[in-house]
Design a binder for this molecule. Structure first.
Ligand code: UD1
Ligand code: CA
Length: 471
């Protein structure tokens, strides 16, 4: 049982998770809201949501105005509230009040994707067992610049000061605020009402709630993240790249632990949603993206770029294959240098070789197309042989048309099949033909001008040329 299943079985009671996702992300310098930027193929927000879903039933996501994309990622079973004006993290949490209700509130920032479910669970348990009004998840980091610092007095948390508001001495503190907090709802709403925007940014800071609660005599607890990496937030694209590198390595480790050989992890890019079966081998310089699922005992050679595709077992991708939104059945062999464009389907044991392009093409079992060609808008049966240089002429300048090739047919090299067209089962197309009419089953078709042979012509020509004096 993996950690997600385990936690699905032990959702925590009376817990509301509030995810803050309304920030503009100015430091990203992007038109896109920060939480939609992908990290190893998933939007940042999706990471927090996944962890939250495993932990609690009540999830509230605070989104900014014009955040349709964010709403879409939030998906079903999640309450979305809007923060119309971005007045700060404290103001953002306040928007969750009508939906947040009573009990314990766990606040998560939407830009801290590496937080683990275990750490959050530990935070909530600690919070409840100590009876604290607030518990902050902290981390001790080498470079605390940019983060809020934890100010303690006689060991107890007294307040949090933001980097830009901190004194030089406070800036030396290496214990930082992760922006993850466990709070008792009633006390939180009360304290939020007291927060004032008296800081460098003129915003309502959630961090100030900690000082307010402490001054009122409440017990503030802190739990340190076991691995400071979990606390890393993404504010700019350099941090996005740094965290992506960590997440990428985690994905590769997960796959290797599950029995996949990755010859050179340093040069392999595999996204979060990709699955690979045991005893498959991934060569250096491979990119596997989106919801790609690869079976067991497959080989993915160097230079392959696979997006949102499904490969069966024992599939072999020779170097430099590009596959998008396609399906490849068991034992098929592709490449080197073949291109499966969307909605292609290669049957079991089929061989699609050098410089073959498929588009919306269904290729049957054990069918072979080994050398150079374009097979677009096609339904090709089983045991078909497609000769070198075959072109399915699918476009007449206005519309696309389909070509159907029956089982066991033979298409000779350098043929053009002008669609719409049906080639019957077992038919034989002679090399170099341009086929414009349907071919009956078991027929031979050939379209060829008569061959002219002039005996001795070349020798005579050479002789006349040699006789001419050179200028
Ligand atoms: C925040 C904390 C800081 C902490 C750091 C950890 C505050 C004031 N500071 O700083 O102490 O060390 O996180 O990463 O809380 N958001 C909204 N509405 C807003 C503003 C922000 O929803 O009006 C959301 C953002 O989308 C983001 C999260 O809140 O997901 C944190 O905001 P951000 O601006 O990134 O805060 P930091 O400056 O990183
Ligand atoms: Ca942040």
């Amino acid at each position: 049982m993996d950690v997600w299943d385990r936690m699905n079985n032990t959702k925590m009671k009376d817990l509301t998770i509030v995810i803050l996702a309304a920030g503009e992300g100015k430091r990203m310098r992007s038109r896109q809201p920060k939480v939609l930027h992908p990290l190893c193929g998933r939007p940042l927000l999706a990471y927090g949501l996944r962890t939250a879903r495993a932990l609690a039933d009540r999830i509230v996501v605070v989104v900014g105005p014009t955040a349709d994309g964010v709403r879409a990622v939030a998906g079903e079973g999640v309450t979305v509230v809007e923060q119309r004006e971005r007045l700060g993290t404290g103001h953002a949490v306040l928007q969750a009040r009508p939906a947040g209700g009573e009990g314990t509130i766990l606040v998560l920032p939407g830009d801290t994707p590496l937080l683990s479910g275990e750490t959050l669970e530990r935070l909530v348990r600690h919070h409840r067992s100590t009876g604290a009004v607030a518990t902050v998840l902290t981390a001790v980091v080498d470079r605390p610049q940019g983060y809020g610092r934890i100010l303690r007095q006689s060991g107890r948390v007294k307040r949090i000061v933001e980097d830009r508001d901190a004194t030089d001495d406070q800036k030396k503190i290496v214990e930082i605020n992760t922006s993850v907090y466990c709070l008792e709802a009633k006390r939180l709403w009360k304290a939020l009402a007291e927060v004032k925007p008296d800081n460098d940014q003129g915003e309502y800071y959630l961090t100030d709630v900690i000082g307010i609660l402490a001054r009122a005599g409440g017990r503030i607890e802190a739990v340190a993240a076991p691995d400071p990496v979990e606390a890393l937030g993404i504010n700019d694209r350099k941090q996005l790249a740094a965290l992506a590198a960590i997440q990428r390595r985690r994905i590769l480790d997960r796959l290797m632990e599950a029995g996949v050989t990755i010859l050179d992890p340093a040069s392999t890019y595999i996204e979060d949603a990709v699955t690979i079966g045991p005893d498959s081998v991934v060569y250096p310089q491979v990119v596997l993206e989106g919801a790609t699922a690869i079976g067991s005992e497959c080989v993915v050679a160097s230079g392959c770029h696979v997006t949102a595709s499904r490969l069966g077992d024992r599939v072999r991708l020779k170097p430099y294959c590009v596959l998008t939104d396609s399906v490849v059945e068991d034992g098929a062999v592709l490449g080197p240098f073949c291109h499966l464009r969307p909605k292609s389907h290669v049957g079991a044991g089929a061989e699609i070789g050098n410089f073959i392009e498929l588009k919306k093409a269904r290729v049957g079992r054990k069918t072979k197309a080994h050398h150079v060609g374009y097979l677009g808008d096609a339904v090709i049966g089983d045991h078909v042989n497609i000769g070198a240089g075959t072109i399915f002429v699918n476009y007449d300048g206005a519309a696309k048309h389909q070509t159907v090739v029956g089982d066991g047919a033979f298409v000779g090299s350098n043929s053009s099949l002008v669609a719409p067209l049906t080639v019957g089962e077992g038919a034989y197309i002679a090399a170099g033909s341009v086929i414009t009419k349907d071919v009956p089953a078991d027929a031979l078709v050939l379209e060829r001008s008569p061959l002219v042979v002039k005996e001795g012509w070349a020798a005579r020509r050479r002789a006349t040329r040699a006789a001419k004096p050179k200028e």
